[in-house]
Design a protein around this ligand. Structure first.
Ligand SMILES: Cc1cc2nc3c(=O)[nH]c(=O)nc-3n(C[C@H](O)[C@H](O)[C@H](O)COP(=O)(O)OP(=O)(O)OC[C@H]3O[C@@H](n4cnc5c(N)ncnc54)[C@H](O)[C@@H]3O)c2cc1C
Length: 393
């Protein structure tokens, strides 16, 4: 077994959107190691990037390359195009009449539908280019705090069952491992789950000229469809894990049968002649760590709070959260010169920032779900109506 020891100031666990943006912004002032259990990003659901992300990409000098990127960049040799313009959403929510929200009056302009895998590749590539020490695949194995430093052990087992491990000594740990919040959980921190939402998704060729996203409700939950780069389309269904028959979200034929009962999804499926790719089910519930920071560690992005996909804000939140964290660490100079009193100030301010985001999110989520009254007696909707706000915060 090969074991390498690395000394650094900050180790970030998880090279998703939160981890990469934090790595890129912190690498200007700190030695940063970024690890991920995956050798390269995989296809994932979640492609709608909010227009406000433009400001963050610009601040990090990533915007130009991002906007001009099509298929020929170094990091993008096999992923195809990185994004297409998001031209707005047509929603059938609360009424069978279509309601259109377009970005024309948004001061940040248009957002994007991303090729998510390519976007994550782009961010990983940019982090490496900015001097971040990137290690993947490397899965967090164990962590302990010893003599003012964190000691993080990672492990990788390759196809030939050869093991490679890293021991990373760092002053500060950022848990950006997504909903699993792997590091925080190993510290005994509890994650609160506020609902049982899951999402089941398929992709196929896009045969539709209308380039808006579509949202449409049903008794059991809500449907979503959007065009993706490279002439693809996604269709996803959001429901509670205890309300749906398992087979409907496990078997393509049953999923399609169920999708065709929704008039908007039926239109997309009717036109389709291509092979459909079934991607299965992922967790999509609202959840929050009951402690988002501790002694020289912090949880970031989905690791701290995860949103209902209805908000379409998860990626932007992960990016904004990473920028706020960078500012706070720099203002206190906490990594290079940690003291007990600075740690206390950091704990207060960071926890407050996350709580504010969470309260804002919950308020808007409840307002939105309350607007669909047609199925108010159905379990999916009654669970989300009225006093949910008070119950959840
Ligand atoms: C159904 C659905 C639809 C969504 N749609 C949208 C949308 O349209 N727009 C939007 O903005 N957001 C959307 N989101 C939310 C968005 O995907 C997340 O908010 C975003 O991925 C959060 O990024 P992150 O970097 O915090 O976590 P993640 O993207 O989950 O990244 C975590 C990283 O950590 C790595 N990792 C995990 N465990 C370990 C370990 N033990 N050791 C090492 N590495 C580890 C993983 O491999 C991964 O790369 C959606 C989410 C869902 C579920």
């Amino acid at each position: 077994m090969l074991n390498t020891t690395i000394e650094t100031e900050i180790v970030i666990i998880g090279a998703g959107i939160a981890g990469c943006i934090a790595a890129i912004s912190l690498a200007q002032s700190h030695r940063v190691v970024l690890i991920d259990k995956l050798e390269s990003p995989v296809d994932r659901i979640g492609e709608c990037l909010a227009p406000a992300a433009r400001r963050i990409l610009k601040k990090l000098n990533l915007l130009e390359e991002f906007e001009s990127s099509i298929s020929i960049n170094e990091w993008d040799h096999e992923n195809g195009n990185l994004h297409i313009k998001n031209r707005g959403t047509q929603s059938y929510w609360g009424s069978s009449q279509v309601h259109i929200v377009d970005p024309l009056r948004n001061p940040d302009g248009f957002g994007w539908h991303l090729n998510r895998k390519a976007f994550e590749d782009f961010l990983r590539f940019s982090a490496a280019k900015r001097g971040v020490q990137c290690i993947w695949p490397a899965k967090l194995q164990e962590s302990r705090f010893d003599d003012e430093n964190w000691i993080i052990r990672t492990k990788k087992i390759d196809q030939n069952l050869q093991t490679e491990s890293h021991t990373i000594n760092a002053k500060f740990v950022i848990d950006a491992s997504g909903r699993q919040s792997h590091f925080a959980r190993t510290q005994g921190v509890v994650r609160n789950h506020f609902d049982k939402l899951i999402a089941c998704w398929i992709t196929m060729k896009n045969a539709e000229l209308n380039s808006m996203s579509t949202i449409s409700t049903s008794k059991l939950g809500w449907w979503y469809s959007a065009p993706l780069p490279n002439n693809k389309r996604i269709i996803a269904f959001q429901t509670d894990s205890d309300l749906i028959e398992r087979a409907t979200v496990k078997e393509l034929d049953l999923f399609i049968e169920s999708a065709k009962k929704n008039p908007e999804m039926e239109r997309f499926l009717e036109k389709n002649t291509s092979e459909i790719q079934f991607h299965g089910t992922v967790a999509a519930n609202s959840s929050k760590l009951n402690q988002v920071t501790g002694k020289q560690w912090v949880a970031l992005g989905d690791a701290a709070v995860s949103f209902d996909p209805l908000s379409s804000q998860g990626m932007f939140n992960a990016m904004a959260n990473a920028m706020q964290l960078t500012e706070l660490l720099l203002a206190l100079n906490l990594v290079k010169e940690p003291t007990e009193s600075k740690n206390r100030v950091f704990y207060e301010i960071y926890s407050q920032q996350i709580n504010q985001v969470w309260e804002h999110y919950m308020k808007h989520k409840n307002i939105f779900y309350n607007q669909e009254k047609r199925f108010k007696d159905e379990a999916f909707w009654s669970r989300r109506h009225v006093d949910e706000f008070n119950k959840n915060t």
